[in-house]
Design a protein around this ligand. Sequence first.
Ligand code: NDP
Ligand SMILES: O=C(O)C1=N[C@H](C(=O)O)C[C@H](O)C1
Length: 217
Amino acid sequence: MKYGVIGYKGKMGRLITKLFNEKGHTSVLYVDKNSIKQTDIPEIIIDFSSKDALPHTIELCIKNSANLVIGTTGLSNEDISSLKDLSKKVAILQSYNFSFGINIIVEILEKFKTLFSDWDCEIFEIHHSEKKDKPSGTAFMLEKAINRKINITSARIGGIPGDHTILFANQGELISISHRAISREVFALGALKASEWLLSKKKGYYTFKDVIKEGLK
Ligand SMILES: NC(=O)C1=CN([C@@H]2O[C@H](COP(=O)(O)OP(=O)(O)OC[C@H]3O[C@@H](n4cnc5c(N)ncnc54)[C@H](OP(=O)(O)O)[C@@H]3O)[C@@H](O)[C@H]2O)C=CC1
Ligand SMILES: O=C(O)C1=N[C@H](C(=O)O)C[C@H](O)C1
């Protein structure tokens, strides 16, 4: 596929470009904070950058009729509405976490949340010290899956790619559900899987859960 990367100089942008090129895909659009280079029309645009990039990303998707895979976190409700509007024109796959593991945990939480309705719950997340947003997008995704207001504790230390733990406790028991991304390559692999999956879609709003669910059929 011909693809473009928004935030191509960043940690995720560099990994995505390396992985996609290794798999035989061709990078034709490179966008970062103060640079843009385009050599052809991309079929897919992949955005792992910043919330500030979103209006330009949307403009580029419309101009190129390109589908969008977006992993950027810290988006507002208005940003999500703009993406929903865009999904009437092109296909969009948005997720705050492109690992299979977190998306499986989300499925589990959505299915069993009512069993935990009278348990205390807290979310803990740890990320590398360069991460700009706090709490993580994944923590918000987990909170949404449990469908109630949950206290989230965040730490930004060292080079940790992404640790999330959900604790459920009552007076006699503690359940701990944990996920650790061992390397951020797992997110680049997820973005690749998502892009290959989205390529044939015409329009609509999808999440990474749609990709893993198809794999389960
Ligand atoms: N959904 C998922 O699975 C994952 C999501 N993420 C998210 O992806 C995003 C990027 O993460 P990461 O690669 O670690 O961060 P980095 O800071 O390493 O990279 C972000 C890149 O985007 C660039 N950028 C900033 N503003 C703009 C703009 N307005 N237009 C174009 N480019 C811009 C930055 O430039 P500069 O450095 O000059 O500011 C930088 O090169 C974050 O939101 C992060 O939370 C990360 C991992 C997994
Ligand atoms: O910025 C990161 O690094 C990550 N961001 C995402 C988030 O905010 O949840 C996903 C992952 O945890 C890594």
